[in-house]
Design a protein around this ligand. Structure first.
Ligand SMILES: [Fe+2]
Length: 155
């Protein structure tokens, strides 16, 4: 799925591109930086969103080992990005780095889960082991760490 988040390196504005027009996004008189997920050198376990799905409820935890939520270092938001919607849950220091989203697909595709309802992953990494041909939902779950930037899992 395309990356849709941009940040201004001068003022810190972050925007989500709702529709692609083709122009260049600028802020503070310079081009905004397109955020590419999972590219900052930091702990994968604490940043890649861990996802479980149950009856249309997508539960997200950041990450497979919970990320700190202190004022100096915390998860600012968690977002669900699908073909038909964007949903963002804002978090604050002291909260748990978790979010829930409701998602009902028109198509009756059921992702593989283990007996606990968990989608298998490899230490927090999206795992292509069970579904190499197609993704069950075509949804990206993003999170943004104030120090370590943008991370995502695709489901
Ligand atoms: Fe972090």
């Amino acid at each position: 799925m395309r990356e849709i988040f941009y940040r201004c390196e001068i003022c810190g504005n972050i925007v989500a591109l709702i529709k692609t027009g083709g122009g260049t996004l600028t802020c503070c008189d310079q081009e905004m930086e397109k955020l590419v997920a999972n590219t900052v050198d930091a702990s994968q376990e604490k940043h890649v969103p861990a996802v479980s799905i149950n009856n249309g409820t997508i539960k997200v935890e950041v990450g497979s080992v919970l990320h700190p939520m202190v004022p100096e270092h915390y998860i600012e938001w968690i977002a669900l990005v699908a073909d038909d919607k964007i949903e963002i849950k804002y978090l604050k220091p002291g909260m748990e780095p978790k979010a829930e989203f409701e998602y009902h697909s028109d198509e009756e595709k059921v992702p593989y889960t283990d007996e606990d309802g968990e989608i298998p992953n490899c230490e927090g990494q999206p795992c292509n082991f069970m579904c190499p041909e197609e993704k069950a939902y075509n949804i990206s779950i993003y999170e943004y760490c104030n120090l370590h930037g943008l991370w995502k899992t695709e489901i």
